[in-house]
Design a protein around this ligand. Structure first.
Ligand code: F6R
Length: 262
């Protein structure tokens, strides 16, 4: 079973997530991190920057691979995930820009770009710690329902619910991208450790389906039930539809976990 940590509120869940990233950086300064974007991660990166400064922790030896990027947006587009990562994390720490990777959304041949990205992850030794959010439809990365559980980095059409959820990041008259390049589900499953963070009541159905439903392409995050080292960090709102919530809380009261850094 996954380690399921239910925290009182979003702030506590974000702190717990940032703490695990800091521990990984402290114990493996040359780690490869798999990173996510989206509203859920904004505070995680803010906490990470603040605590890394306090601890005098260097990111100079790290490598990073982000999960996904919108097709059609260049790196310097205000809504690209490259811009998000630069603004919210990379510009504030000493990670080497050349060691930070996202798929190139404006590649002339997106299918080739997907193959290049997947190969680069493998060539660089794989991902030590993959950070994930979850869509309201259970997607991880942009692996929407019906995604192959054996998929690798590729082009994906975004679900209507994903485009609607992401509209808030775009100007009212701006078109929301319809396609993305995303790591595949098999790519994500190869990460040596996975941390999934979800906060808020809007994620409660997806979390219940992912943790307690059948493993199915209908809820791509459910495949994590097969991952040998996954920690799910949620707040009480995101946990509100879990049938075995009392059991999870009895194992890790208040989301606390006695854990050993690997
Ligand atoms: C982002 C990503 C997505 C988001 C998910 C949740 O890189 O891969 O899977 O994690 O859509 O997004 P928010 O946090 O905005 O609800």
């Amino acid at each position: 079973m996954a380690t399921i940590l239910i925290h009182a509120d979003a702030k506590a869940a974000e702190n717990a997530t940032a703490k695990r990233l800091l521990d990984k950086i402290a114990t493996k300064p040359d780690a490869t991190l798999g990173l996510a974007t989206g509203g859920t991660m904004e505070q995680v990166y803010a906490i990470l920057i603040e605590k890394a400064r306090e601890l005098n922790l260097s990111f100079a030896g790290l490598k990073s691979f982000n999960l996904d990027e919108y097709i059609g947006l260049s790196a310097d587009h205000p809504q690209s995930y490259r811009t998000y990562m630069n603004k919210l994390l990379f510009d504030h720490v000493d990670i080497k820009p050349e060691n930070t990777h996202l798929p190139r959304g404006d590649a002339a041949d997106p299918a080739e770009e997907a193959r290049r990205y997947e190969a680069m992850i493998t060539e660089q030794g794989g991902i030590d710690l993959q950070l994930l959010g979850i869509g309201i439809n259970g997607h991880i990365g942009f692996n929407e329902p019906s995604s192959s559980l054996g998929s690798r980095t590729r082009i994906k059409k975004l679900a209507i619910s994903t485009m609607e959820a992401n509209r808030r990041f775009f100007k009212p008259d701006e078109a929301v991208p319809t396609h993305a390049l995303t790591m595949g589900i098999a790519t994500i499953m190869q990460a040596r450790k996975v941390i999934l963070l979800a906060t808020g009541a809007a994620k409660a159905d997806a979390i219940a389906a992912a943790l307690e439903g059948p493993v199915s392409t209908a809820c791509p995050a459910s495949v994590l039930q097969f991952h040998p080292d996954v920690t799910v960090i949620i707040d009480e709102d995101a946990a509100s539809k879990l049938k075995l919530r009392d059991f999870y809380e009895s194992i890790h009261p208040g989301g606390e976990e006695v854990y050993f850094v690997k």
